[in-house]
Design a protein around this ligand. Structure first.
Ligand code: MG
Length: 219
């Protein structure tokens, strides 16, 4: 698991490098309740389902697909709060750079990479990220990152097994696993429970990206 085994580091964005804007997502959820005029779930309930990565599990089966459709219909990345870089992110990205491992963002946001980059300008992240792979309109399944991982590997002419991937939700790890990524790191920094992440079979489960240098320098 030494860092010298890898040529490229792939990072999810929200909940991995920057704080997951959970409160914003909850406020979006409340807007859907209002629009559909159905009784709201409590914040505790939303928190619970969030930590289980069952994002719409708090809605009755019969109404769930409509709820989900309206949620994404109302969703606007432009309203998303300003990024708050998680503790240790810049140190880890800097350490990777010193070890000749460039970093790439693989995000399920369906914004243009330039728009994402602009939002990050001034946070320091932009000094270390050589590429942002967002989700194209053709990729309908927001959680499936396989197409993005494959595109990045082709672009930088590396094999998936020569990459590490760090992310905070189960599909991050599942996508990396399906692509044959060499080192899959699950992170607890996004608020998903450890046991929920562990069933996806990551190679490492860490509190946050801050632990990556220590872990990969030693093992
Ligand atoms: Mg994430």
């Amino acid at each position: 698991m030494k860092i010298t085994n890898y040529k490229l580091a792939l990072f999810d964005l929200d909940g991995t490098l920057i704080k997951f804007a959970k409160e914003f997502l909850f406020s979006q959820t409340r807007a859907v309740y209002e629009k559909l005029s159905i009784e709201e779930a409590s914040t505790e309930t939303l928190e619970e389902y969030f930590s289980k990565f069952d994002f719409f599990g708090f809605v009755d089966d019969a109404k769930r697909s409509e709820f989900e459709r309206v949620y994404w219909e109302l969703f606007n990345w432009a309203d998303y709060p300003a990024p708050e870089v998680l503790a240790g992110t810049l140190d880890t990205l800097s350490w990777l750079k010193e070890n000749d491992v460039p970093s790439v963002i693989v995000t399920s946001r369906d914004e243009k990479p330039e728009g994402i980059a602009e939002r990050f300008s001034g946070t320091g992240i932009e000094d270390f990220i050589i590429h942002i792979q967002s989700r194209s309109e053709l990729e309908k399944e927001w959680h499936d990152k396989r197409p993005q991982i494959e595109t990045v590997c082709r672009k930088f002419q590396v094999e998936p097994r020569e990459c590490l991937f760090a992310g905070d939700v189960p599909p991050d790890i599942e996508s990396a696993k399906a692509c044959g990524v060499g080192l899959k790191i699950a992170l607890l920094s996004g608020g998903i429970r450890k046991e929920v992440l562990e069933v996806t079979g990551p190679d490492l489960c860490l509190e946050s990206v801050a632990q990556i240098p220590q872990k990969l320098a030693l093992d």
